[in-house]
Design a protein around this ligand. Sequence first.
Ligand code: DX5
Length: 212
Amino acid sequence: MKILITPSILSADFGRLQAEVDSIEPFADWLQLDVMDGHFVPNLSFGAPVVKWIKTKLPLDAHLMVSNPSERIKEFSAIHCKNITFHAEVVKETSARKKLIEDIRKTGATAGIALNPATPLDEVEDVVREVDLVLVMSVVPGFGGQKFMPEVLEKVRQLRSKFPGLMIQMDGGIDSKTAKSAIRAGANNLVAGNFVFGTPDRKAAIESLRGS
Ligand code: DX5
């Protein structure tokens, strides 16, 4: 299964965002937009009014760390995201989850659901067969540069054994070492912020995540 590397712009220099994206574009597969509302997570990052100015051929992956994801879909559909992920912790009703998945798909994006480290897999039992991607967080969301939490790997292993074709993304503390554990557990889409944007040699950083 191809491993996708998805740098997250959270750790990029926002004063030179286009140049930062240009520096990883030739080597990355997707680009993750860490949208934080300062409510679901303690940090406040950016919304569509900022990211709409980014010019890139990379597919955009909006990770909505927000309390009301349905309110964000319209503005993110305008920037033609490849994927839009919401958090299981803020949309708990199955009917609401299915409506959100449908609304995301109507924008032309695939739909993902994210699980914080403390959220068990069975919390998403109701929609895991409906989504295109499950994001297993390996840090408590809100900030880049945190330490990888290996205890979440079991969730990835269980997901992979039940759903061989599912896109399983991991996000948080991914570096050349933890990437190996993530891939071995069954993740096939790795989000990395600090490890990629924290080094001048982004090509080498991204290639080391692929295991090359
Ligand atoms: C939630 C964010 C971060 C970011 C990647 O905190 O989603 O996980 O994308 O962060 P690092 O720097 O850990 O790769």
